[in-house]
Design a protein around this ligand. Structure first.
Ligand SMILES: Cc1cc2nc3c(=O)[nH]c(=O)nc-3n(C[C@H](O)[C@H](O)[C@H](O)COP(=O)(O)OP(=O)(O)OC[C@H]3O[C@@H](n4cnc5c(N)ncnc54)[C@H](O)[C@@H]3O)c2cc1C
Length: 552
């Protein structure tokens, strides 16, 4: 039987687009299949903040940051904590990926028209020792144009390849089976879903109007993770993080359904590290949702005070922006699945950023005029103000007693005592008089302000939380927000998938989140941030290049 293409790519997200464009550019024929409509091309990456992990970049150097491959690898290994036999390929991927991030990644993207916002962010700062979790230096490079800005170069290349006949899209085609013969992949089959003009990111119809099958000697699975499927998240939830949360919100659209993971496993592919995942603890319910249970992650600066559901301050070093999974573990150990920020108007104005392209119209719209207001504005950015006014998780009051009673009313748990919270805030506020202090969070604030990027747009001038000059007071109820799947299909550096017998499955490749961003879990247990889009770029590129080469 005739082949329909040299390679089939399942998934038109970033990983799939990168793989497909590499194949087409190598002169091979590729078909990209996606269950969503054309309007959702780009998958999650479109919605992303576009943050990229780069090492020793010109942007870092301009800000006086001294970074290197060795420092980044030290941070990566301290963060990943690889400790399993199954970490053989993930670790190899980690070494190769850090080299990519310190090497050709920026130039490769730049040649494709990608540009970077000049102030480098400092995510996951850790707070342990030099070999522990976290970024020693700022490395989070935001794409100028955020998510759409990272999708654009690859969509453009794909459209060109479509015009010259090397690439074809099959939208609204949902893959249900990988067709195998004698242990090798031969193609795919599945259902054709009814056309649906629903807006990008909204849930689309699952009504089947036909079936299809396509043949090719190679298939790349780039179908994303499981974050939109809370049942699957709970099933895979690791015991080391406590009980799965009863209430969660979704940081990803519903099409991140994990279905293709089961389908690929059924074809014999080896899924590893399924218990490793990356969910955020600073999730807020979107007052203007696009997808079901839509939540947004606050990217917090260092100054908000963080309290658990019972009103106890989170212990050092679990301050905002330090250690996402450390915070998740602590919060779940309290027996409640939420926590609180308490902050001032001065802090929200300077320190709250919201992750997501639609929440950052200045950067997404590539408007310098609007972006400069981040440093000069009197109020918070408009999307943050909108949440403050309309968000179900925000409370604004002039005094602490009213704030605490509104917090109790919002949670319905009545666990917070005004005197207890007041004593902790006053103690912290007393530490504001000197530049050398014992409160580790206050030390962090002073440390952050020694980095020019933080001083400019991310860290409020130190002040007392209870100083009315900096008011009103704000409380934010923080929910657990599902996002990334860190485990995935075990792959070699060519993104070829291993079977359960530890042999490569002929013709089968995996990339992006489905492959744990490379190897079946390039992050190990934790991430340094900005590493997910980068993992899609790197694993998608490796998959595309290897599959094109194998096609002869
Ligand atoms: C709001 C938000 C902010 C983010 N910010 C950042 C950031 O700043 N930095 C960073 O590094 N990462 C960030 N991420 C994470 C990053 O965007 C994702 O991890 C990445 O884009 C995943 O890409 P992917 O190609 O692997 O999968 P996806 O984007 O999920 O694409 C998979 C595609 O496969 C299709 N598919 C699935 N199953 C089937 C099937 N059976 N048949 C046919 N098609 C199927 C889906 O419809 C989808 O289009 C963010 C994510 C979100 C949602």
């Amino acid at each position: 039987m005739a082949e329909d293409a040299d390679v089939i790519v399942v998934g038109g997200g970033l990983a799939g687009l990168v793989a497909a464009t590499e194949i087409a550019d190598a002169g091979k024929r590729v078909i990209v299949v996606d269950q969503e409509g054309e309007q959702s091309l780009g998958g999650q990456a479109f919605w992303s903040f576009g943050g990229l992990f780069l090492v020793n970049s010109p942007e870092q150097r301009r800000l006086g940051i001294k970074d290197s491959y060795d420092l980044a690898l030290q941070d990566w290994m301290g963060t990943a904590g690889f400790d399993r036999d199954d970490d053989l390929w993930p670790k190899r991927w980690a070494e190769a990926y850090v080299a990519f991030a310190a090497g050709e990644k920026r130039d490769w993207l730049r040649a494709l028209g990608h540009r970077i916002f000049p102030v480098v962010g400092w995510a996951e700062r850790g707070g342990y020792d030099a070999m522990g979790h976290g970024n020693s230096v700022p490395r989070f490079h935001v794409t100028w144009g955020t998510g759409p800005g990272i999708v654009e170069p690859f969509e453009r290349r794909a459209r060109e390849a479509q015009k010259n006949g090397r690439l074809a899209f099959r939208f609204r085609h949902r893959v249900d089976t990988l067709v195998m013969t004698n242990g090798a992949v031969e193609g795919i089959s599945g259902a054709v879903l009814e056309p649906d003009s629903v807006e990008r990111g909204k849930s689309s119809s699952r009504k089947v109007i036909g079936d299809f099958s396509l043949r090719a000697p190679a298939v790349i699975v780039a179908s994303g993770g499981i974050g939109g499927n809370h049942d699957m998240v709970r099933q895979n939830w690791p015991q080391r993080l406590g009980e799965p949360p009863k209430f969660m919100i979704s940081g990803v659209p519903e099409h991140v359904d994990g279905r293709m993971i089961g389908i690929t496993e059924a074809a014999g592919a080896r899924l590893i590290n399924r218990d490793r995942m990356w969910h955020y603890v600073e999730g807020i319910r979107n007052w203007n949702p696009i997808w079901p249970r839509h939540g947004i992650r606050i990217l917090p600066g260092p100054s908000s005070m963080w309290f658990d559901a019972t009103g106890k301050r989170l212990p050092a070093p679990l301050f905002p922006g330090s250690d996402t999974l450390g915070q998740l573990h602590y919060i779940m150990s309290t027996g409640y699945d939420y926590s609180w920020f308490i902050l001032t108007q001065s802090i929200i104005k300077k320190e709250f950023a919201l992750s997501g392209s639609e929440q950052n119209p200045d950067l997404t719209g590539k408007s310098w005029r609007m972006t400069i207001k981040r440093a000069t504005n009197k109020g918070a950015p408009a999307p943050v103000e909108a949440f403050k006014q309309n968000g179900a998780d925000f409370i604004v009051r002039d005094n602490l007693a009213d704030l605490v009673s509104a917090m109790n009313a919002l949670s319905g748990d009545n666990l917070l005592q005004h005197d207890h919270i007041k004593a902790q805030i006053e103690a912290r506020d007393r530490e504001m008089s000197n530049a050398y202090v014992k409160d580790a969070q206050v030390m962090n604030i002073h440390n952050a302000r020694r980095y020019i990027g933080d001083r400019l747009i991310r860290t409020a001038r130190p002040h007392r939380i209870l100083d009315p000059e900096h008011g009103p007071l704000i409380a934010v109820k923080l929910n657990i927000l599902t996002r990334k799947t860190l485990g995935g299909f075990e792959t070699d550096l060519d993104s070829r998938v291993f079977g359960n017998n530890r042999e490569i499955i002929r013709g089968l490749y995996a990339a992006g989140e489905a492959a744990g961003f490379g190897g079946g879990g390039v992050h190990g247990y934790r991430s340094l941030e900005g590493t997910f889009l980068g993992g899609c770029l790197f694993s998608g590129r490796n998959a595309g290049r290897a599959a094109a080469k194998a096609a002869g």
